[in-house]
Design a protein around this ligand. Structure first.
Ligand SMILES: Nc1nc2c(ncn2[C@@H]2O[C@H](COP(=O)(O)OP(=O)(O)OP(=O)(O)O)[C@@H](O)[C@H]2O)c(=O)[nH]1
Ligand SMILES: [Mg+2]
Length: 328
């Protein structure tokens, strides 16, 4: 919610958010734009709202508006997990998604260039992780749907710029999340009411650590840091730290890859089943086929069992890289 809008605009804004009818949304957005005082401080906000308006007008012209409006922030989870990339303007969020996934959000030297979330799939090992680029965190205009996306995420990556004021960016971003009752797991004690607050797994990505000179900035950041934030230093531009970044993201998702093998045949090593850590043979069977789950008697496991091909029961806990032959 814009914190510095005149009260009459805030009311229109509220109504705009609540509206589910496209015509109504367009009318309220036009009213909102007219209401906002025109000065330099509101430039970005007004530009952002005008872009939204033109998008809604396009939708209306193409006739899509007869159905309910689906928020662009409702993104179906795909692959090994949904990772939401957030942070202040201009830190390189879109650059990361554009460089390491199959999607291509706009990258720009000027801040506030992204105004809509864009998901892409990032290959990690032999799986794909869903990485979502988002508009910058902006205390003047918070999209509630973005906060909901963050709450639902399997993992949140908060990106800061080592060449700017990374610790300031970190604190400001966390303050904003806290206003919306979201805290990172490192600060779970700050969640006042476990039912209304969301505790999210969060890693801090420090971008633009391009070279040795930038390493010094990173060291300074680490020295000044008062909490043990899990830092992932990278440079999207030069590719430094990217492999370690991908590995850390995969590990933080808390999943394992398991390969299934039909009896008497070699395993299919091309596409693993991705299960949560702690998942059992039974859960794998359910994933492969409902019928297999019903008829499952035992399984042979290569990897986490004491010896290769050992017979295990339904509740054997699988490990990353296991090969499993399900017996029915
Ligand atoms: N030196 C350096 N510049 C980078 C790096 N990654 C991105 N940039 C530049 O930083 C600027 C901002 O990049 P974006 O990806 O548009 O940043 P963003 O976080 O998506 O910005 P908003 O959409 O405004 O929130 C662009 O000029 C990029 O080329 C990096 O690793 N090193
Ligand atoms: Mg962007």
């Amino acid at each position: 919610m814009p914190t510095n809008l005149p009260p009459e605009c805030a009311k229109i804004e509220e109504a705009y958010r609540e509206a589910r009818d496209l015509g109504e949304k367009i009318r309220l957005l036009e009213e909102l734009i007219a209401c906002i005082p025109k000065h330099k401080g509101t430039d970005h906000l007004r530009a952002d709202l005008r872009r939204r308006l033109s998008k809604l007008q396009d939708q209306s012209a193409s006739g899509k508006g007869k159905t309910r409006i689906v928020s662009p922030y409702h993104i179906d989870r795909e692959g090994a997990g949904q990772v939401v990339l957030i942070g202040p303007p201009n830190v390189g969020k879109s650059a990361l998604v554009a460089t390491f996934t199959n999607s291509n959000p706009e990258v720009s030297p000027s801040p506030f260039s992204t105004w809509e979330p864009t998901p892409g799939m990032m290959p990690v090992y032999d799986t794909q992780v869903q990485l979502i680029d988002t508009p910058p965190l902006n205390p003047d205009y918070v999209e509630r749907d973005l906060m909901d996306l963050i709450r639902r995420a399997d993992l949140v990556l908060l990106m800061v710029d080592v060449q700017a004021d990374p610790l300031g960016q970190l604190e400001e971003s966390l303050d904003l999340l806290k206003e919306y009752r979201i805290v990172p797991d490192l600060r779970r004690d700050e969640a006042e009411d476990p039912y209304r607050w969301a505790v999210v797994p969060l890693l801090v990505v420090v971008n633009k650590v391009d070279d040795e000179e930038a390493d010094i900035l990173l060291e300074i950041m680490q020295e000044l840091m008062e909490e043990p934030w899990p830092l992932l230093p990278i440079s999207v531009e030069t590719g430094r730290g990217i492999d370690a970044f991908k590995t850390a993201v995969f590990e933080a998702l808390g999943v394992v890859r398991v390969y299934s093998k039909p009896p008497g045949q070699p395993p299919d090593m091309s596409v693993p089943f991705v299960l949560r850590q702690g998942a059992t043979v039974e859960e794998l069977a359910g994933r492969v086929h409902k019928e297999i789950l019903e008829r499952l008697t035992a399984a042979r496991v290569w990897g986490s069992a004491e010896h290769d091909g050992q017979m295990v029961g339904r509740d054997h806990v699988l490990q990353d890289g296991d090969i499993v032959e399900l017996r029915t």
